[in-house]
Design a protein around this ligand. Structure first.
Ligand code: PMP
Length: 352
């Protein structure tokens, strides 16, 4: 049979999302979702949404949502861009800010594994900077590197290690000719966002998501905060691809969520104290676990990540592991509710 696929698409290796199996009920600690529900305001916005409104296209630029995000982040509407998940926002960053010929992008060897996929999809070259021995980002190596821009996950995934705001400030100042794209998907569990630096630096773009801190992974919304020129670049890229990436229901629910600061801060505090307990228990079980600034733990064990993953899956608990040389001893465990984490710990005690 003749294949109609382009040679280009056949040559790509797409990203593999974390599994969402439906064969039984699992304790799901594999995709870093928030263990607590969306805020009462978000749920009310969903319940009271007027379905008749879906007849019309939504605001193409999600302006009311941009205003709500701008209020929450202490910036202006012109500093905010919204997309269909932060994956889409990050993807649009590649054609918006990088050329096929040119210095290209740079990111760590162990970081969000979607970045090389985005670059390959847009035929943008990239350089890889290894993490240091202690799994932290080698910021000095990034500073020495020639590149047009850097994708920096903070806190990093899957290590969970965070870079504080003062260190980011110095790093951005040291690299005025590079665009720093800070992917802050997990920043709500750390509290050192670079957003306050956006007014100071025109080479900083911060990307955030509603999927983790705001407990809305199912609705698909992410956003970027940066100076108006960068935001205009993202709008231009969006309007070459999809004029209405954020649907009307999503805009209403996310605008309500972002206005419920107290609820989310309290939920994040619960995740953070559970993160401390879970880490201590894993260390007692013989795991190596760096301090995490995110809502997951990077847990290494001499028996290997795959052994841990398989044993846990048989016992109804999902975590994530990787088949690569550098990561083969590790799995990534999302911090759940105390009950979910107890289920994980008792399964591990049985296995080990
Ligand atoms: N950045 C990082 C570091 C992530 O781990 C994820 C979630 N897999 C994303 C971005 C994308 O999140 P979303 O598309 O759900 O906003």
């Amino acid at each position: 049979m003749k294949s109609f696929l382009s040679e280009f698409i056949s040559s790509l290796t797409p990203y593999t999302a974390g599994e969402q199996p439906q064969d039984r009920r699992y304790v799901k600690l594999n995709t870093n979702e928030n263990p607590y529900p969306p805020s009462p305001g978000a749920e009310e916005a969903l319940r009271s949404f007027d379905g008749a409104k879906l007849r019309l296209y939504p605001s193409p630029n999600a302006d009311a949502l941009r205003d709500a995000i701008a209020r929450a982040e202490g910036v202006e509407r012109e500093n905010v861009f919204c997309g269909n998940g932060s994956d889409e926002v990050l993807a649009l960053c590649i054609p918006a800010f990088f050329d096929k010929e040119g210095e290209g992008a740079a990111f760590a060897d162990i970081t969000y594994s979607f970045y090389p996929v985005f670059c390959d999809f847009f035929s943008v070259p990239y350089r890889i900077v290894p993490l240091k021995e202690d799994y932290t980002m080698d910021l000095a190596a990034f500073s020495r590197l020639r590149c047009k821009g850097i994708l920096l996950t903070n806190p990093n995934a899957p290590t969970g290690i965070g870079i504080n705001r003062d260190t980011m400030d110095a790093f951005i100042a040291e690299n005025p000719d590079k665009l720093i794209i800070a992917d802050e998907a997990y920043m709500g569990f750390y509290g050192e966002s670079a957003v306050p630096l956006v007014k100071k630096y025109s080479n900083l773009l911060v990307v955030k998501t509603f999927s983790k801190y705001y407990a809305l992974a199912g609705i698909r919304c992410g956003y970027a905060v940066g100076n108006p020129e960068l935001i205009r670049g993202l709008f231009a890229a969006k309007d070459c691809f999809n004029s209405y990436p954020v649907d009307a229901l999503c805009q209403a629910v996310c605008a309500a969520a972002v206005s419920d600061a107290d609820y989310y801060a309290a939920a994040a505090e619960k995740v953070k104290s559970e993160r401390t307990r879970l880490r201590q228990e894993l260390v007692k079980l013989g795991f190596f676990v760096p301090e995490s600034a995110a809502n997951f733990l990077f847990a290494g064990h001499p028996k290997g990540g795959e052994f841990i993953y398989r044993g846990l899956k048989e016992r109804g608990v999902l975590v994530r592991f990787w088949n690569t040389d550098k990561l083969k001893n590790f799995c990534r465990i999302t911090v759940g509710t105390p009950e979910e984490d107890d289920a994980l710990l008792s399964a591990l005690r049985e296995m080990l």
